[in-house]
Design a protein around this ligand. Structure first.
Ligand code: CU
Length: 149
């Protein structure tokens, strides 16, 4: 019976809402080597909402090897990373009330995970977007492209 239930659940997830199944929920992992496991993520603007789950698959604490997930236009990436450094731990290294920040999670440590949802209407299909960790100085290594379809 178990495989029948599993197959039915999978089928309903894929066919009931193809956009949801493919592009509306993404997972990204950060590790103790100061890296995102995924270098490229893909979302669709047809989603009502995009859910991002950040998992820290390492063991190091948030004050040593903290990770967050911040999304900006690629042209804003380096400036926002710099301003995030100034914003400091109290703001999870994200400049507060900053329109350049399209989405951002809090900072987490090893073994933790966090989820955010955001409205994709601010994203342009085919636009150039970069996601990164703003925990200093991780953005140098921890960055990747968000492909918007
Ligand atoms: Cu990090």
């Amino acid at each position: 019976m178990r495989w029948i239930l599993g197959t039915a659940l999978l089928a309903s997830a894929v066919f009931a809402n193809p956009a949801l199944a493919q592009d509306c929920a993404i997972t990204v992992e950060g590790n103790d080597q100061m890296q995102f496991v995924q270098k490229e993520l893909r979302v669709s603007t047809s989603c009502e909402s995009i859910t991002v789950t950040l998992k820290h698959v390492g063991k190091l604490a948030a004050n040593v090897m903290g990770h967050n997930w911040v999304l900006t236009a690629t042209g804003d990436f380096e400036a926002v990373a710099k301003d995030g450094q100034t914003a400091g731990t109290a703001n999870d290294f994200v400049p507060p009330n900053d329109a350049r920040v399209l989405a951002a999670t809090k900072v987490i440590g090893g073994g933790e995970e966090t989820t955010i949802s955001f409205d994709p209407s601010a994203l342009e299909p085919g636009g150039d977007y970069t996601f990164f960790c703003s925990f200093p100085p991780h953005s140098v290594l921890m960055n990747g492209k968000l492909i918007v379809e």
